[in-house]
Design a protein around this ligand. Structure first.
Ligand code: NAP
Ligand code: MG
Length: 511
């Protein structure tokens, strides 16, 4: 038990929870790279360690892929794209393969949940009920699209060819070899968001998982082989962003790069794409999402809703509701409710089934979040819950609610990516929209109100790729997700994602 400045008590028991035999076996030897259907060491022979953020202990090692490994992987993906059993597969066969991958993932749900918890720190209950089932569902959703990627027939007029007859139609063809670079906050799910549309449309892939969380992607690679994907269709190169990631983004033979991560690195990806071969780029980047509680909101919904909006996944969500705007008349009640909620969250080792919030993903992330807390408090913000690190083992931070915040504070402007919400009162609902929109980001936003017309009206005015009314963090494989402004380019999930993995070819035949 750790006492928090006398305000409340939190239970953090960082014991060594028993890892299952299946996962122990997986971790017992360094995991290799998946290139051209085979597991291979990095060309350099180097490996790096995988750390459990709940304990800071090394739990395994993975190959450290670099430029040369990316070269090999891109070559394999190119061959598989140009001339392989993959290119001859029917859409129906592609769909069945994706469905089979979903089945295999579902059959191994517990193992994946455990790997995700050990690697990322998240509570096993969350990995079991959210991360893995959402990934399964995404693959099934995309499996259905494989047979429905259609072009159009287009009547044309051609004013300079009077009397001539033409038949024009469009084909949607896979964009080619795709480099996919993903972050650590939902390691398996981010891999699924990326792989699903690429495999439904017939692309081939080189996937680079985040250095902090390579395990579930590597295990997924085993299932990809078991499902029967031809060699080279999916290649997985673990390694660091500055080496493996940068080599992929700047590779002249990669047709598209799909990136999820920070806005800062997103800009590097665009630069690398521009300076190499102008490959297509899609980006899912950071956010600083406003969560607006109107005077007439149902507080029984809005209080836990506002707490979950920021504390889910320890605030390590690109769409976290990190700026809370509350009508002046209910400000104290909502803050009191959210603070009490924060203080009751059971923080601990993710493998403890009772844990509701685990550690942050890494020591770097812990330092970053604590620096933001320090910055907010020194600029005059007040923590009505939390405000500091918990203990000195693992990377735990208290769920934190900051009041007395101002719009120009760093903690209000910048993405913290931790369990820290800044709250501010407002008076006129008309005035809150420009404040909510006054950010470089535009990923998500939410409104809490009993007046549904007001909810719809605000939804139109908020500049964000997702707007939730009387709910938060509702995701579905069928719903497009992505950002306005510096939160990204393009959309993931839904049929919107498929457009970004295909090229449109216009064919015209003179009759
Ligand atoms: P990050 O540092 O941008 O890393 C993301 C990925 O890019 C990692 O695989 C990283 O490799 C790689 N990378 C780093 N530098 C690179 C470079 N120069 N060239 C190519 N690749 C490079 O982001 P993060 O801190 O891991 O993740 C958190 C961020 O992701 C937050 O900003 C969050 O909002 C965003 N995010 C957005 C969404 C969305 O859908 N919009 C979803 C989840 C997360 P390493 O392995 O070395 O880190
Ligand atoms: Mg990183």
């Amino acid at each position: 038990m750790i006492s928090n400045g006398g305000t409340y008590i939190m239970t953090v028991t960082v014991e060594s929870y028993r890892i299952s035999d299946t996962v122990s076996r997986f971790l017992s030897r360094p995991r290799q790279l998946l290139i051209n259907g085979r597991w291979v060491d990095a060309a350099s022979g180097k490996t790096f360690e995988v750390v459990n953020p709940a304990t800071g202990e090394t739990v395994g090692r993975v190959a450290e892929g670099e430029r040369e490994d990316i070269e090999r992987a891109v070559r394999a993906a190119r061959e598989a794209f140009e001339d392989s059993p993959w290119t001859k597969m029917t859409p129906s066969e592609r769909g069945r393969l994706l469905w089979r991958l979903a089945d295999l993932l579902e059959q191994n749900l517990d193992e994946f949940a455990e790997l995700e918890t050990i690697d990322n720190g998240k509570p096993i209950s969350v990995a079991r009920f959210a991360d893995v089932p959402l990934a399964v569902d995404l693959f099934r959703y995309m499996a259905g699209w494989a047979t429905k990627i259609e072009g159009n027939t287009i009547p044309i007029s051609v004013p300079y060819a009077p009397g001539a007859e033409f038949l024009s139609y469009t084909l949607r063809e896979p964009v080619g070899v795709v480099g996919q670079i993903i972050p650590w906050n939902f390691p398996l799910l981010m891999a699924a968001w990326k792989l699903g549309p690429a495999l439904a449309t017939g692309c081939t892939v080189v996937l680079k998982p985040a250095e902090q969380t390579p395990l579930s992607a590597l295990r997924l690679g085993e299932l990809i082989l078991e499902a029967g994907y031809p060699d080279g269709v999916v290649n997985i190169v673990t390694g660091f962003g500055e080496t493996a990631g940068a080599a992929l983004a700047s590779h002249p033979d990669v047709d598209k790069v799909a990136f999820t991560g920070s806005t800062e690195v997103g800009k590097l990806i665009v630069k690398a794409a521009g300076e190499s071969n102008l490959k297509k780029v899609t980006l899912e980047l950071g956010g600083k999402s406003p969560n607006i509680v109107l005077k007439d909101a149902d507080l029984d919904l809005a209080i836990p809703g506002a707490a979950n909006a920021i504390f889910f996944n320890h605030g390590q969500c690109c769409c976290a509701g990190s700026r809370l705007y509350i009508h002046k008349q209910i400000f104290d009640d909502v803050i009191d409710g959210v603070a009490k909620y924060a203080q009751k969250i059971r923080v601990g080792h993710g493998l403890d089934p009772k844990t509701q919030m685990g550690p942050l993903v890494s020591h770097d992330q812990l330092t970053r979040v604590c620096e933001y807390l320090q910055s907010g408090l020194s600029e005059g913000a007040k923590a009505v819950a939390g405000g500091k690190r918990i203990g000195d083992t693992g990377y735990f931070v208290e769920p934190t609610v900051l009041v007395n915040t101002r719009h120009d504070m760093k903690v209000v402007q910048e993405e913290i990516f931790g369990p820290v919400v800044t709250a501010m009162p407002f008076e006129d609902p008309e005035e809150i929209t420009p404040v909510a929109n006054d950010t470089v980001y535009g990923l998500a936003a939410a409104v809490w109100t009993r007046d549904i017309s007001k909810g719809h009206r605000l939804a139109r005015r908020l500049k964000a790729g997702s707007v939730w009314v009387n709910c938060y963090n509702i995701f579905d494989a069928a719903l497009p997700f992505g950002g306005y402004k510096q939160s990204g380019w393009g959309r993931e999930m839904g049929h919107a994602a498929l457009d970004l993995y295909t090229e449109v070819k216009a064919v015209t035949v003179q009759l």
